[in-house]
Design a protein around this ligand. Structure first.
Ligand code: HAM
Length: 440
């Protein structure tokens, strides 16, 4: 074993592992393109400042940050959203709206290592900017579902919890906790993972002796699963809260979004569940996370609306919503279900070369065939035919092209189908045509 181990949380991808990675990227890219998203990328190293205020405390504590040789405070990106917001802010007036962009790239977080959590992971990010209404959420939820379906996952395997920070604000305001919303939502975020006593202790530190009643208020809101239950929760929250203009507008958005999901046939994938509030600081409205039904504690994807970030990046008022999907939890979900395809990187044809006298012809054909678009491999050394044919079969190549002295004298090579071992002579001048014919 080498003394130079890779760092904890950083992966090396051997070819079989890289092939799996390429498969994830292919499906991601194909689905994003199907939904009309354009691909982009930003720098992986940014100024520390960009993430400090924008991403929130949790991510800030996980930053890979250092001083570069020019004395700048810099950080590897823990997420793409602040960079995207800055890029869009810089060209906001020139960009055709809605902006629908996606990106596939590495992110870095100094996390406590556990299953599903690494320090370098890859995300698909898909974001829509310039659309304030829930049509944007609908498009993103549809992309999220279709992408997971594209990997062979179905409604038995995953579901999306849909929530709304805006509703939380309105609800807490109606209950008289307007000033404490941010701190209360931090607790809601950890609610499921915390014992009741710790919840109460934390609430007490924020609202003192109102903690017990606040716990009840939060608990009942967390049970809401339908729009009628939501209206009832607001009706209980305070004088006419369910009739307020702000609540009615939100209810409208929810209805539009849920109706849209129904129209697309996607309702079975999405559940209203207000326990999702998301740890990142910039979310302002709808928020959502996709979960593996078998392992609910780890999200495959997460996202939401962030309507003020573009302005904070020096741009105009521009509504935005998006999500990030990580490769680690996704690959685990596929492997655990045995639906990660097995890949072999192979070539179209392997050249089996008689010896020095035949090598020249083989090299000439190898180069010509490669220029015609075929993938070709051959042994660098002179070896017995049998040994080369074995290598050819083991490589997974479809065909072997055999360069023997007798064949070359006749201007042909033997083309062997490695699956059924059928052989035939093919004129060297027709090799590309014959191969193309057989490879389809
Ligand atoms: P996030 O919830 O922090 O959101 O990350 C999204 C997904 O990235 C997670 O659901 C998870 O699959 C994956 N992920 C996050 N951290 C790790 C890790 N340490 N190891 C492995 N996978 C991880 C965001 O990053 C937002 N910027 C998404 C977004 C885009 N919001 C709006 N637009």
């Amino acid at each position: 074993m080498s003394q130079f181990k890779s760092l904890p949380g950083f992966r090396a991808f051997y070819p079989e592992e890289f092939a799996e990675r390429r498969f994830l990227f292919q499906v991601w890219r194909q689905m994003a393109r199907r939904f009309g998203f354009q691909e982009f990328d930003g720098p992986v190293l940014e100024s520390l400042e960009l993430f400090k205020a924008k991403s929130g405390d949790e991510i800030e504590s996980q930053l890979f940050s250092f001083e570069d040789k020019g004395g700048r405070e810099v950080a590897l990106r823990p997420e793409l959203t602040p960079t995207l917001a800055r890029m869009v802010a810089a060209r906001a007036n020139a960009l055709k709206r809605p902006v629908k962009w996606f990106s596939i790239g590495d992110n870095f977080r100094y996390e406590r290592m556990q299953k599903g959590r690494l320090r370098c992971f890859t995300q698909l990010n898909a974001d829509i900017l310039g659309e304030a209404g829930p049509a944007a959420e609908l498009e993103l939820l549809a992309l999220l579902v279709n992408t997971l379906q594209g990997f062979g996952l179905g409604a038995d395997d995953f579901f999306i919890r849909l929530s709304d920070r805006n509703l939380w604000m309105l609800y807490l305001e109606a209950q008289g906790f307007a000033d404490e919303t941010a701190k209360i939502l931090e607790i809601v975020d950890k609610w499921e993972r915390m014992p009741t006593e710790s919840v109460l202790e934390k609430l007490e530190s924020i609202v003192g002796d109102r903690a017990q009643s606040l716990a009840g208020i939060l608990g009942s809101f967390l049970k809401v699963r339908t729009l009628p239950e939501l209206t009832a929760a607001f009706a209980n929250a305070g004088e006419g809260a369910e009739k307020s203009e702000a609540f009615q507008a939100r209810l409208n958005d929810w209805t539009t979004l849920l109706d849209g999901l129904e129209a697309m046939g996607l309702s079975e994938f999405v559940e209203m569940d207000l326990s999702i509030v998301r740890g990142l600081a910039y979310y302002t409205g709808f928020v959502f996370e996709a979960f593996d039904r078998a392992k609910e504690n780890r999200a495959i994807a997460g996202g939401g609306r962030y309507n003020s970030l573009i302005r904070k990046m020096g741009g105009p008022d521009m509504p935005a919503v998006g999500f990030g999907m990580g490769d680690v939890v996704l690959a685990d979900a596929l492997k655990e279900r045995g639906i990660m395809p097995q890949f072999v990187d192979t070539v179209d044809a392997y050249l089996v070369i008689g010896g020095d006298a035949e090598r020249g012809a083989a090299l000439a054909d190898a180069n010509a065939l490669r220029q015609s678009g075929f993938s070709i491999d051959y042994s660098f050394k002179n070896q017995a035919f049998g040994k080369q044919l074995k290598t050819a079969s083991a490589s997974g190549a479809r065909f072997a092209l055999i360069y023997g002295s007798e064949e070359l004298e006749k201007g042909v090579v033997k083309l062997r189908n490695l699956a059924d071992r059928e052989e035939e002579d093919v004129p060297r001048s027709r090799l590309a045509l014959e191969l193309r014919d057989r490879l389809g």
